[in-house]
Design a protein around this ligand. Structure first.
Ligand code: PGA
Length: 262
């Protein structure tokens, strides 16, 4: 009813390298292979999230090509101080990092709470970076409790985040049961599963912010995305991008996933 048509956003394709590869030399080669293989202009925004210690190396590989941007896999909410082992947003920004993954299930499993994640989202947005916030259930149940679970994670993440910041927010639905299964037992979410949850997450965000503001938030999918299922997840699943783990460590396959965005 009188709503303006929204242009489809450019997909955001994020390679989450997790704790890989094992040396700076290998990281440099992987990044260079991806850069060389990427088309000069792609129809997606390409984001690479290496371990902190490789960010500077990737910054140099990226150099002036601007074919990808840099992402951190986590941040501390404070700018500086007595936090042994932590890394802050000013440090990340000094390495040209523009995106930060927050609330990944592997970090939640290591004890990160909704409150901590919310603080980090506030700090990331305040620093002018894009926050890629992960949410997703451990298991699915027949009565659909996983919807309530995901809704709770999203509401907690968005606590106190104002409408003006939403263009720098992306939400990645990552069902834990579908993560890292691509090369293993093959439990991956179908495009229908991903689509159904995407619509649900949009509804939750619409309740919080209203329809037009909620549409600014890009809704990604993650969990065993590979070169074979990417196109279907984009077309049928209407994913607005991906968080790619395992397949992002294979340069050619990662670029294939980027190319599936048309
Ligand atoms: P996967 O990881 O693609 O290896 O399943 C995705 C993620 O955990 O971000």
């Amino acid at each position: 009813m009188g709503h303006t048509m929204q242009a489809t956003p450019r997909p955001l394709i994020v390679g989450n390298w997790k704790m890989n590869p094992q040396s700076v030399g290998a990281a440099e080669r992987l990044a260079a292979d991806i850069k060389d293989d990427l088309p000069r202009t792609s129809r997606a925004d390409v984001v690479i999230a290496p371990p902190f210690v490789y960010l500077d190396c990737l910054r140099k590989v990226r150099n002036k090509s601007k074919k990808f941007v840099l992402c951190a896999q986590n941040t501390h909410a404070a700018k500086m101080g007595t936090y042994t082992g932590e890394v802050s947003l000013p440090m990340l920004k000094s390495l040209e990092v523009t995106h930060v993954i927050l609330g990944h299930s592997e970090r939640r499993a290591a004890g990160e709470t909704d409150e901590e994640i919310n603080k980090k989202i506030h700090a990331t947005l305040k620093a002018g970076c894009t926050a890629i916030v992960c949410a997703g259930e451990r298991e699915r149940d027949v009565s659909g409790n996983y919807f309530t679970f995901v809704e709770r994670q999203i509401r907690a993440a968005c606590m106190g985040i104002g409408k003006s910041k939403l263009a720098n927010l992306a939400v990645a639905y990552e069902p834990i049961w579908a993560i890292s299964s691509g090369d293993g037992d093959g439990r991956t979410a179908t495009a229908e599963d991903a689509h159904q949850m995407k619509l649900f997450i949009r509804k939750v965000l619409t309740t919080l912010y209203g329809r037009d503001a909620a549409l600014k938030i890009r809704l990604l999918y993650g969990g065993s995305v590979n070169a074979k299922n990417a196109e279907e997840l984009l077309v049928k699943g209407e994913a607005e991008g991906f968080l790619v783990g395992g397949a992002s460590l294979r340069a050619h396959e990662f670029v294939e996933i980027v190319r599936s965005a048309r």
